[in-house]
Design a protein around this ligand. Structure first.
Ligand code: CA
Length: 231
């Protein structure tokens, strides 16, 4: 797909800044949708299925961090945050929530455009291949089509739900995956069982992939939120 067909969701409430970013991106051949507050951002995101999101963190209605978290629960779309100079904490929080990159105000629009291009390029390269697909992380190698997992040299058996869960982690390495996201992703919307099920599955996976399952170094607990795979 050429860049001319690429859709960008721009979430920015400062009218003049939004105008100039939009203008520059359109000059470069991108299609741009603008959302001026957090709620509209989520709405537009769900309607438009953009290829990349530029997200200002200081927004009315719903903060940029909330928007980032909600989008990340649904999608791996590249997110470039726009932060104020003095908001180091927001920047870190945004990256923890799964944003891919940030620019700090004031920034050059040329720089923003080049980041956008780089992230779209990367996203395209990471798009899953049709047939054979291998996922890696730490000592783990997963053959998605064959449903096989190697840990180090040896094949290890993973029942379906454990396999799906491990796959979710390998596809989103380094990102915090919330408990809600994982339960919905693996067990579906209508899941009514005990949420301990998730922890039990994580425990079983750890027994298969960690040197010391009681002191995990690959599949980490993010207290009160969820899990993160860092292999
Ligand atoms: Ca703002």
């Amino acid at each position: 797909m050429s860049d001319t067909q690429r859709r960008i969701l721009l979430v920015e409430d400062e009218e003049s800044l939004a105008g100039s970013i939009r203008y520059s991106l359109e000059q470069e051949g991108f299609t741009v949708t603008l959302a001026v507050d957090g709620r509209k951002a989520i709405e537009r995101f769900r309607n438009d299925d953009p290829d990349l999101v530029i997200l200002d963190l200081m927004l009315p209605e719903l903060s940029g961090l909330d928007v980032c978290r909600l989008i990340r629960q649904e999608s791996n779309v590249p997110i470039v945050m726009v932060t104020a100079k003095d908001s180091e904490a927001d920047k870190v929080a945004g990256l923890e929530l799964g944003a891919d990159d940030y620019v700090t105000k004031p920034f050059s629009i040329r720089e923003l455009v080049s980041r956008v291009r780089a992230h779209l390029r990367r996203a395209r390269m990471q798009a899953p291949a049709a047939a054979e697909e291998m996922l890696n992380g730490g000592p783990i190698e997963m053959d998605v089509a064959k449903h096989e997992v190697r840990v180090g040299e040896g094949l290890v058996a993973f029942p379906p739900k454990e396999f799906e869960l491990l796959e979710a982690f390998l596809r989103r390495r380094g990102r915090l995956l919330t408990r809600e996201f994982l339960i919905e992703e693996i067990w579906g919307h209508d899941y009514v069982g005990d949420t301990k099920t998730l922890d039990v599955h994580v425990k079983r996976i750890r027994q298969k992939i960690e040197q010391d399952p009681h002191d995990p170094e690959l599949l980490l607990t993010v207290r009160g939120l969820g899990y993160k795979f860092v292999g």
